[in-house]
Design a binder for this molecule. Structure first.
Ligand SMILES: *Cc1c(COP(=O)(O)O)cnc(C)c1O
Length: 227
């Protein structure tokens, strides 16, 4: 895989949009991540805490790491000091833990968090309904949190090549974003992200208003889990 060329390709594709690229480096070694970094990439996504914790010290410290996979509350403490964004926040309980661990870590900046909204068929177990996100944001507990900041929403579409269905799901996430923006964040410029679109469907996601596409195999090649 020509990693540098792929990074440049996406840079070119996104340059006239306000959409950014998260390079999803899960299962790939630090050497490959360094190659993408050397080509100018600074946002990287991982889906497992252990893997992220292993890689992070070996790579440049100005990488903005995004956690994009399901996060168990008992693992927040391992990433709280350095994580830039947790895209996969799916409960108030998890958000409370992130807030607590961020405070303990003595960070100079809050942890950016995105609410994961379920937009797909059953197959994705994680994520909240948009109404649950509303309830979370209405809660007093959330309103007292000082060490996190909600920057937007994230969704994983159904694994299908049915374009109409994909488009519907992306529109559903965009509508949820708009609703939350209007109700809770109309004065906050930091609530601005709609993270949707992967290697197979990023063009559709971009058309429907994605501000962050998460691309793995389209940059690093296919993943070999059996290595
Ligand atoms: C693995 C993963 C991606 C990237 O998938 P590709 O199809 O390789 O681009 C994007 N988002 C999430 C949440 C993932 O787990």
């Amino acid at each position: 895989m020509r990693i540098a060329e792929n990074i440049q390709y996406f840079e070119e594709q996104l340059k006239s949009s306000n959409c950014r690229l998260v390079a999803v480096s899960k299962t790939h070694p630090v050497e490959k991540i360094q190659e993408a970094y050397d080509a100018g990439q600074r946002l990287f996504g991982e889906n497992k805490v252990q893997e992220l914790v292993d890689k992070q010290p070996a790579l440049p410290q100005d990488i903005a790491w995004h956690l994009i996979g399901h996060l168990q509350t008992n693992k927040v403490k391992y990433i709280a000091a350095f994580i830039d964004t947790i895209q996969s926040v799916d409960s108030l309980k998890l958000l409370k833990e992130i807030n607590k661990r961020a405070a303990q870590a003595g960070r100079s900046t809050p942890v950016n968090c995105m609410l994961q909204i379920s937009i797909a068929d059953e197959e994705t177990k994680f994520g909240m309904a948009c109404e649950e996100a509303v309830a979370l944001l209405q809660s007093e507990e959330y309103q007292r949190m000082e060490h996190i900041r909600i920057t937007g929403v994230m969704g994983i579409a159904t694994n299908t090549d049915d374009e109409d269905k994909l488009r519907q799901e992306f529109v559903c996430l965009r509508d949820c974003f708009r609703k939350l923006k209007e109700s809770f964040f109309s004065d906050s410029d930091y609530f601005k992200e709609i993270s949707m679109g992967m290697t197979s469907d990023w063009q559709l996601a971009l058309q429907e208003g994605s501000t962050m596409i998460r691309v793995g195999s389209g940059i690093f090649g296919s993943r070999n889990y059996n290595k």
